[in-house]
Design a protein around this ligand. Structure first.
Ligand SMILES: C[S@@+](CC[C@H](N)C(=O)[O-])C[C@H]1O[C@@H](n2cnc3c(N)ncnc32)[C@H](O)[C@@H]1O
Length: 238
């Protein structure tokens, strides 16, 4: 599966242009994990790691692995952090045959899980991959109350050799949000346009908490989080 097949090459340019501060976010995550972690190692897994921009910074404290379903994103991730191990697997039911001290899933990657039953299965999968005393940090996609239907959005990246415009008008389909991104990209080989639909679930706070509790996590919610979307922090006690 490749959700970002056409846009992966422009993902970093768009996030940099919007001012996303991966170094700062990695610091916050490190602090959250280290004030809770009771396991004895420093092995971290980033689920839905994208282009590995968090791993790039987290690797100063942890031995990092990344997991993503999108080969185009993983190609960029591997080039960015050659020494890290990356897995092309689906977060819903992956099996890496090892357990970690920390697992993170950031910037709403969990929203791509298509329904509540599979959300619960995904959180259970994270639990299975943690050591006792390990910590999971999940940054959710928007909750239903945060969603603004019909929001007109545009991002522009303006680099010397690359110009990207990404525009969308958001709409809602039941409890799913639909982001129909339209891209216009100018590079040395010319200008091209394409579009790429993304469908992310608007899970409720109750659904996230229930998924963590069912998986046997001790769960906390940090409303401030990294980007204003909050953070669910689960500790595996035994
Ligand atoms: C919004 S990006 C976030 C990437 C990265 N965590 C960041 O903060 O820049 C969402 C990522 O989740 C990945 N993803 C979506 N569905 C997935 C799934 N079922 N299993 C694994 N990765 C998935 C996408 O391929 C994409 O790389």
């Amino acid at each position: 599966m490749s959700i970002y097949a056409r846009s992966a090459a422009y993902y970093d340019a768009i996030q940099t242009a919007r001012g996303k501060d991966y170094a700062h976010e990695a610091n916050v995550i490190h602090e959250l994990v280290e004030t809770r972690r009771r396991s004895d190692g420093h092995h971290l897994l980033d689920v839905g790691c994208g282009t590995a921009r968090h791993i790039e910074h987290l690797q100063q404290w942890y031995e990092c692995e990344g997991l993503d379903v999108d080969r185009a994103m993983l190609g960029i991730a591997q080039a960015r952090v050659p020494k890290a191990v990356f897995h092309c697997q689906d977060m819903i039911g992956f099996n890496l045959d090892r357990r970690f001290d920390a697992i993170v899933s950031l910037f709403g990657a969990i929203g791509y899980v298509p329904n509540v039953r599979l959300l619960e299965q995904t959180i259970e999968t994270l639990y299975r991959h943690l050591k006792p005393g390990g910590v999971a940090v999940v940054e959710p996609w928007l909750r239903p109350g945060d969603w603004k239907d019909g929001l007109v959005d545009a991002r522009f990246a303006d680099e010397p050799e690359l110009k990207v415009a990404r525009m969308s008008v958001s709409r809602r389909d039941g409890n799913a949000s639909i982001l129909h991104y339209n891209y216009m990209v100018a590079a040395r080989d010319g200008v091209r346009t394409f579009n790429e639909p993304h469908r992310l679930m608007l899970f409720t706070d109750e659904e996230y908490r229930k998924a963590f509790s069912k998986a046997r996590f001790q769960v906390e919610y940090d409303a401030h989080g990294l980007t204003g979307r909050g953070l669910y922090i689960g500790t595996r006690m035994v």
